[in-house]
Design a protein around this ligand. Structure first.
Ligand code: UFG
Length: 333
């Protein structure tokens, strides 16, 4: 059997491909447009195609040339919240309309299993903590809305065409392959941990902490961090779950432990041994106080056991990547 990974040259997708190659017997086929992904991030044991998932003729060729593919893992989406506020149509086109095009071809070729990256951003401002899968989904930005629409499109496609799905709602993804050979390389970088580590490297002068007047113990936002290898393992379990004939559903993926932005800074100082200058800055619009996952459903139903269960381990893995790749993959477009 073979798995098709869409967006397999991206940050999380490349860890997925690496994990599939190193821990399973699956044949791994990768599609990536390389608009934001990096060719060098893709494990060479995977079969690679460059192209857009919305190009149906291209996708028909990929499925035709790989008739053993029976499951798709879909990471190919834009994921910057702030950008989505300025360019919502880019998100509804690439993410949401892209899913429609993909499902049409999957239905045509008879591939009936898909595991898909959803997000905590589909919950918007949560009413209670930790967040459960059954809690209301009321996104507050087009990125979250585009992903919620994708979940709904999959629901109706399941009823009509029998395409089964697992939506995995990630919380804050951080960390890299522990040997430092693949990691996070975004341009522009907006996420907390890579920015903290760029300050540690001297690539930025100072960390700006966006807001210290939130309703949290130290006033800074609290987030739930999860490692891309642990996410990848959840996807492998989700593919197994679908192949066993189980019903379509959604799972939260987080550690169920929250860390404030200040705690992340302290941990990064501890792990790197660097000073990491920081200063307080105004709130960034759209940041909820706290986001923590209830992840017992993934643990109980899928048997998911995250390995990176402490924040120092996650930060040390990210530092291994950043300190050995100061220019990322060195292929800046
Ligand atoms: N932050 C700073 N300074 C920075 C960058 C970030 O203080 O320079 C803060 C943010 O304000 C926030 C925290 O660090 O409080 C985490 O911010 P990130 O941008 O790293 O992550 P988000 O929580 O905003 O976003 C993540 C995912 C999104 C997803 C969202 C769910 O990256 O894809 O969780 O709400 F949509």
């Amino acid at each position: 059997m073979a798995v098709l990974v869409l967006g397999g040259a991206g940050y999380i997708g490349s860890h997925m491909v690496d994990r599939l190659v190193n821990t399973t017997d699956e044949k791994v086929v990768v599609v990536d447009s390389l608009v934001t992904g990096h060719r060098a991030a893709v494990n060479p044991a995977a079969k690679f195609y460059q192209g857009d998932i919305a190009d149906q003729d291209f996708m028909r060729t990929v499925f035709k040339e790989n008739p053993d593919v029976d499951a798709v893992i879909h990471f190919a989406a834009y994921s910057l919240v702030a950008e989505s506020m300025k360019k919502p149509l880019k998100y509804f086109d690439n993410n949401t309309a892209g899913m429609v095009k993909l499902l049409e071809v999957m239905n045509e070729v008879g591939v009936k299993n898909i595991v898909f990256s959803s997000t905590a951003a589909t919950y918007g401002i949560p009413e209670k903590m930790p967040i459960r899968e059954t809690d209301p989904q009321k996104p507050i930005n087009p990125y979250g809305e585009s992903k919620l629409m994708m979940e709904k499109i999959m629901h109706w496609s399941d009823l009509a065409y029998g395409i089964k799905f697992v939506a995995l709602r990630y919380f804050n993804v951080a960390g890299a392959k522990p040997d430092g050979s693949i990691g996070e390389d975004h341009n522009p970088e907006t996420h907390l941990l890579p920015i903290v580590l760029q300050v540690a490297q001297g690539k930025r002068d100072v960390l700006k902490i966006f807001g210290n007047d939130y309703n949290t113990p130290d006033g800074t936002n609290v987030r739930d961090y999860v490692h891309p290898y642990d996410l990848a393992d959840a996807h492998i379990l989700a593919v197994k779950y679908l192949r066993e004939g189980n019903e379509s559903t959604a799972f939260n993926l987080g550690s169920s432990t929250g860390f404030s932005n200040l705690q992340i800074l302290e941990a990064a100082r501890r792990v790197t041994g660097k000073e990491i200058p920081a200063e307080m800055a105004p709130r960034r619009p759209g940041d909820p106080d706290t986001l923590i996952a209830a992840s017992d459903k993934a643990r109980n139903v899928l048997g998911w056991k995250p390995q990176f269960d402490n924040i120092d381990k996650i930060i040390a893995s990210a530092w291994a990547w950043h300190s050995s790749h100061p220019e990322g993959y060195g292929d800046r477009k």
